[in-house]
Design a protein around this ligand. Sequence first.
Ligand SMILES: NC(=O)c1ccc[n+]([C@@H]2O[C@H](COP(=O)([O-])OP(=O)(O)OC[C@H]3O[C@@H](n4cnc5c(N)ncnc54)[C@H](O)[C@@H]3O)[C@@H](O)[C@H]2O)c1
Length: 328
Amino acid sequence: MQENWKKMEAKKALVTGAAGFIGSHLTKKLLNDQWSVVGIDGFTDSYSPIEKRARAEVLKQSKSFELVEGHLCELEIQPLLKDVDVIFHLAGRAGVRPSFSLEERYYQDNVASTAALIDAVRASNVRRIVYASSSSVYGNDKTPFSEDRDTMPISPYGQSKLEAEKMVLKASDEIETTALRYFTVYGPEQRPDMGIRIFIEKALKDEPIQILGDGTQVRDFTYIDDIVTATVLAASAPCSSLAINVGGGSSVALKEVIDLIGQLIEKPIRVRYGDFARGDVYRTEADLTLASTALGFKPTVSIETGVSNEVNWLLSRNERLSHKEVTL
Ligand SMILES: NC(=O)c1ccc[n+]([C@@H]2O[C@H](COP(=O)([O-])OP(=O)(O)OC[C@H]3O[C@@H](n4cnc5c(N)ncnc54)[C@H](O)[C@@H]3O)[C@@H](O)[C@H]2O)c1
């Protein structure tokens, strides 16, 4: 089904959350494939907006990219949909742990924002919307997670992603819809509040890594290029109204990831273990059968290659920071 995407005439996309980790990679791919892109981002305070603005500056170097700054609940969205063929809706507040103390913000950024977008889409000629949902909709179910299982989110974040996902899929009477349930995404430009990035940054500074839990918890880590591949395939796949898992193809314990980082940076790593965090599930693993049949998707990047790429990105970022070529 890669052929469907390759054959698809380059058109116009709206990417919400374009200055985010995944949104900026996706936008680069679309621009490289000759699409024109309108990117919306509210530069929210989920983490340093300076990091988001730096990504947006890179995208703005393309003549085919237009940045619209604002929160989806406050923007007039409908005029932005003129000539748009596909919406990639990635804007949202990610992260499980902060969602317990910031429920209202999570509701606004994930649920109310999606409702505003869907309202605007109804009166447009947009063909399809692809939504960035999350493995957090499953909760602590037995693995591998398959899409026909009941969803049982155990955090306000997971709950907000599930509500938004249902809203998107319900719109399929008027527009083609796909919700992709992303499993822990990593790679260059990863969010600064996420596991692998925090571990590498601490290790490079010779600081101890604090693990919430005993390190045996397992994640289906998915490399950013694989996520982007699945996301563009969803724009041209001959299916609608489906929620589809997107995972990395292997589930790895946090301890193993830390050992791998130690080997890559050739330094001993100090680890401190603590209590498991509220809302964190113990094990995630995607059943990728539907991703394969509906999208023709198979992950291609191993954890060894992916973590090595992220280490190299952070080393070069530190180098540029020391020359003040990037700001924190
Ligand atoms: N990174 C992961 O591992 C992962 C896993 C599952 C699902 N997801 C989902 O994928 C999407 C992208 O994740 P990410 O890791 O790139 O996060 P990110 O925080 O880097 O990107 C999200 C971007 O959206 C913007 N934004 C947030 N709410 C907005 C709103 N209401 N209006 C306009 N802009 C808004 C933010 O400023 C940010 O730049 C999110 O919806 C997230 O829930 C991510």
